[in-house]
Design a protein around this ligand. Structure first.
Ligand SMILES: Nc1nc(=O)c2c([nH]1)NC[C@@H]1CN(c3ccc(C(=O)N[C@@H](CCC(=O)O)C(=O)O)cc3)C=[N+]21
Length: 297
């Protein structure tokens, strides 16, 4: 192992420390931040995320409530559940685990959420904010987590060649826009990319968000690179998650790599906590402003 291991724990700890102060301030105003997690069906990566998110948030004093729907639910069932939660004033953040089963309309559901509660960047308003590089909208947590890791380990982005592999709305596209806003030169690759290995090999930084175990292999690597692995692929034989990057190859070739687990995933939950706290603070500030203007009139 010659590559530096970019573990998530110190990044998450640093984020959590900043949050502790803010959560205490909310508590003294009588506010407990709360996240509602909505899930449909039984995906192993959803379950892993829900478990670690709950552990992280509750450890910080953020409450979590879960609403789980069976795989047989239809759009109307989901919509009804979401409507009941989003108008609950004690809920500051609302996250729907994705991807939803193929028979459900994720796009339309995104349009039903309140952008102010949209802590995982699912609404058109949040995505438009990411596109405009406007910090008032929440980016999807995993995309923001990648940026937190690069920032914490002081990997410079200005002018760097960054290749993003994957173009999903949860990670590939938004992370490409966040990297662009940080002045990187960004290439987005996908299943139709002609020579993925060659494109990855010329990058200074590769962000792998494909969802296929080990699909970024040694032919895609060279000395000096930084590799960020967003993949969470369940291996039913070993009962564990593996990333998109061939970790073994990366360890002996590149400059630095994130492990799976204990890499991006552990930072994602800390970013989620940050977004929920932010949503609670903004709500408190809006309520405060409304009370003041009522008192003046
Ligand atoms: N709307 C939405 N946003 C997501 O970001 C999202 C999603 N839906 N659906 C599911 C996937 C998966 N995902 C994980 C994030 C962190 C861990 C995590 O904390 N993993 C720990 C270990 C977990 C374990 O081994 O049990 C780690 O990497 O160290 C896991 C999974 C987010 N996803």
């Amino acid at each position: 192992m010659t590559a530096q291991l970019l573990t998530g724990a110190p990044v998450a700890t640093s984020l959590s420390q900043e949050l502790t102060v803010r959560i205490e301030r909310l508590a003294s105003a009588g506010i407990t931040p709360q996240l509602a997690i909505v899930s449909v069906g039984e995906r192993s990566d959803d379950q892993a995320y829900e478990r670690s998110a709950r552990r992280r948030l509750e450890g910080l004093g953020i409450s979590c409530k879960s609403v789980h729907l069976p795989l047989s639910s239809n759009d109307a069932d989901l919509s009804r559940e979401v409507r009941a939660i989003k108008d609950d004033p004690s809920v500051h953040g609302l996250m729907v685990l994705r991807p939803l089963p193929a028979h459900l309309n994720e796009d339309r559901l995104g349009q039903e959420l309140w952008p102010a509660q949209d802590v995982d960047g699912m609404t058109p308003a949040s995505l438009a904010a990411v596109l405009r590089a406007d910090p008032s909208g929440f980016a999807p947590c995993t995309a923001a987590a990648v940026m937190e890791i690069l920032n914490y380990y002081k990997i410079s982005l200005s002018g760097a060649e960054v290749v993003v592999v994957g173009r999903s709305l949860v990670i590939g596209r938004p992370v490409a826009l966040l990297l662009l806003a940080a002045d990187a030169t960004v290439t987005i690759c996908h299943s139709k990319t002609a020579d993925l290995d060659a494109v990855c090999k010329r990058a200074d930084i590769v962000i792998a968000a494909v969802g296929k175990a080990g699909c970024i292999g040694r032919k895609a690597m060279r000395a000096g690179q930084v590799l960020i692995d967003v993949g969470m692929n369940w291996n039913p034989e070993t009962h564990s998650f593996v990333g998109d990057i061939d970790f073994e190859a990366a360890s002996s070739i590149v400059r630095a790599v994130t492990p799976v687990p204990k890499g991006v995933g552990s930072v994602t939950t800390a970013v989620l906590a940050k977004h929920v706290v932010e949503a609670a603070e903004r709500r408190a500030a809006a309520v405060h402003a409304a009370e003041h203007s009522a008192a003046r009139s």
